[in-house]
Design a protein around this ligand. Structure first.
Ligand code: ATP
Length: 281
């Protein structure tokens, strides 16, 4: 693999908890020695049941939390926020989109201001340029100038997620961590947001880490799949290899629990609809 956008080597995250047996402190190994390499422009889906460490890994990859051990490389450069802190340069490389955009948008801030804010905080761009870039990004995610002065509560769930995606892209990151980005949306809206993500990935050569518990979504969006179980990677490979011939007993169990009809229906909904994604819903 020549152009590696993201690499981890033995990433671990422990949490120190009190209240073990007789109140003794105990350690929870939320992420255990996760290593992978992800090529630029590709999507790695991280799947597993609730509590397996997906969100903890997402927070490490998006530089919100530091790992307790292991190494993280973005575009070939070692990133160690525990040692070096978080620089503006690092902040620009990676952004995260959460499941609930309502939670990540300030209800009292107009959408235009929310989009311009990362530019205000991280670049010397003048106000007119910030505004122009925000308008441009609104269009890229299928919204329009009429949305610029609206507040988050005036949008549907799908539109709010489009805004969250637009905001994440304002600093032109190469890497997006998407933590269950469509799980809170209706099925038809899910398909449209997935199409939008696919279009944006093509246009901006974005690399995605896509966290999901929904295998039908993963099957559509992923190039590579990594299966986590109790903080550990138990299986990893290309989407086709993992879906057609799962090796690990846990992966087989996970797949068996997904009704095949669901997989078929979401594929039918989304396939062939790329390009139609720039419609706001
Ligand atoms: N700040 C924290 N302090 C202590 N334990 C934590 C903390 N954050 C997560 N954990 C624990 O780490 C483990 C992994 O949690 P994580 O949220 O990463 O899993 P997940 O796969 O994303 O689950 P979900 O899909 O429910 O969010 C869980 O046992 C969780 O309780």
């Amino acid at each position: 693999m020549t152009d590696v956008a993201l690499e981890t080597r033995g990433i671990c995250r422990d949490y120190h908890l009190s209240g073990g047996l007789f109140g003794a402190p105990r350690v929870l190994h939320a992420v255990k020695s996760v290593s992978f390499r992800l090529a630029r422009g590709k999507t790695l889906a991280v799947v597993g049941e609730s509590g397996c460490g997906k969100s903890t890994l997402a927070r490490i990859l998006s530089l919100i939390d530091a790992p307790t051990a292991g190494e993280l490389y973005i575009d070939g450069a070692r990133i160690d926020i525990a040692r070096d802190g978080l620089t503006r340069d690092m902040r620009r490389k990676v952004q995260i989109v959460f499941q609930n955009p309502y939670g990540s948008l300030n209800p009292r801030q107009k959408i235009g201001d929310a989009l311009m804010e990362p530019l205000l905080l991280n670049t010397p761009l003048p106000a007119a340029e910030r505004r122009e870039r925000a308008m441009h990004m609104l269009r890229k995610v299928g919204l329009g100038p009429e949305h610029f002065n609206r507040y988050p509560h005036m949008f549907s769930g799908g539109q709010r997620q489009r805004v969250a995606i637009a905001r994440a892209l304002m600093l032109s990151p190469g890497l997006l961590v998407l933590d269950e980005p469509v799980s809170a949306l209706d099925l038809s809206v899910q398909a449209q947001v997935l199409n939008l993500l696919a279009d944006l990935q093509d246009e901006f050569s974005l690399t995605y880490v896509f966290i999901s518990h929904d295998l039908s979504v993963v099957r559509y969006i992923a190039d590579e799949v990594m299966v986590m179980y109790y903080g550990e990677v138990v299986e990893a490979g290309t989407r086709d290899a993992v879906f057609s011939d799962p090796q690990h007993a846990y992966t087989k169990k996970l797949f068996a629990a997904t009704p095949r009809a669901d997989v078929a229906s979401i594929r039918a909904r989304v396939e062939g609809r790329r390009g139609a994604a720039a419609q706001a819903v």
